[in-house]
Design a protein around this ligand. Structure first.
Ligand SMILES: NC(=O)c1ccc[n+]([C@@H]2O[C@H](COP(=O)([O-])OP(=O)(O)OC[C@H]3O[C@@H](n4cnc5c(N)ncnc54)[C@H](O)[C@@H]3O)[C@@H](O)[C@H]2O)c1
Ligand SMILES: CCCCC[C@H](O)/C=C/C=C\C/C=C\C/C=C\CCCC(=O)O
Length: 248
């Protein structure tokens, strides 16, 4: 998809990868709505982006994606303010929480509800204009992560869901894509780096800058291969699961 003139909603867009994806869309001539629980940071990020890319290019909407009604309403507000939206990036995520169900709610359930809401908005058979849904999983959605089994479960879920729902909604003009980065330098990772075991693990895998993940995001959006899963590790970008044995 060419991003010029396109409007995107990005969950967890106040910082980190979400902010990086927003910058790429804005640099390409699009507009963004950032949804996040962090209100002051979200407003600050939207202000920074408006100053850089032009007033009205970015809006911030306070939203906890685990609250389905508020998430649905935030998407409706984004559609009203921007005119519509062509892209939803389900990016909000956390690594750990004392209650494992919170991790599953943010990292997996909200990706599913966001996808369902966006399909209803985009579906061409009900007056929508089609679109792209990009779900952010992780390398921990493709390989075991013994330090974070619940996180890995949520991210494996995002891969399975994206690969399954993509073909199911293609006839509606909607494509679902999935991005699986390994470690990148964002607060999600840097807050844990004082832990020596974790730091050694990150060093063994390598730590990407946000720009390298954003470059893979750009490839995914440009290629628009429905139900594809793009893995990005330091210096290596690779589509996974290319050989489907049956079109079930
Ligand atoms: N940084 C990495 O190494 C890495 C690697 C692979 C995948 N990911 C995934 O990328 C996504 C973004 O991660 P990041 O590294 O930018 O993290 P981050 O912590 O820097 O940013 C995540 C953002 O999500 C927001 N958020 C959290 N819970 C929310 C909720 N309930 N509702 C709305 N917003 C919420 C946070 O406030 C924050 O602004 C996550 O899904 C993460 O799992 C990150
Ligand atoms: C195969 C792993 C690739 C994972 C990339 C991933 O999406 C990024 C996750 C970032 C953080 C969560 C992972 C592990 C944290 C584990 C331990 C942290 C130590 C906790 C502490 O500080 O006590």
């Amino acid at each position: 998809m060419k991003l010029e003139g396109k409007r995107a909603v990005i969950t967890g867009g106040a910082q980190g990868l979400g902010k990086g994806f927003a910058e790429h869309i804005l640099e390409s001539g699009g507009q963004v709505a950032l949804l996040d629980v962090k209100v002051s940071l979200g407003l600050e990020t939207a202000n920074e982006l408006n100053a850089k890319y032009g007033q009205g290019s970015a809006i911030f909407i306070q939203c906890d994606v685990t609250d389905k009604e508020r998430f649905k309403r935030a998407l409706q507000v984004a559609a009203q303010v921007l005119g519509s939206y062509d892209i939803l990036v389900n990016n909000a995520g956390i690594s750990s929480h004392e209650d494992f169900e919170v991790v599953l709610k943010i990292n997996l359930s909200a990706v599913i509800s966001g996808t369902m809401f966006a399909v209803e908005h985009m579906r061409e058979d009900k007056g929508g204009r089609g679109g792209l849904i990009i779900n952010i999983s992780s390398a921990a959605g493709l390989m075991p992560a013994p330090m974070e089994p619940i996180y890995a479960a949520s991210k494996f879920g995002v891969v399975g869901f994206s690969r399954s729902i993509g073909p199911a909604v293609e006839s509606l003009g909607v494509k679902v894509l999935c991005l699986c980065p390994s470690f990148a330098r964002t607060p999600l990772v840097t807050v844990h780096l004082e832990n020596e075991d974790f730091r050694n693990f990150v060093e063994s895998m390598g730590l990407m800058e946000v720009s390298e993940v954003v470059e893979a995001f750009a490839t995914l959006v440009e290629d628009e291969r429905n139900a594809s899963v793009l893995s990005i590790t330091p210096g290596k970008k690779e589509y996974r699961f290319q050989k489907r044995k049956a079109n079930l």
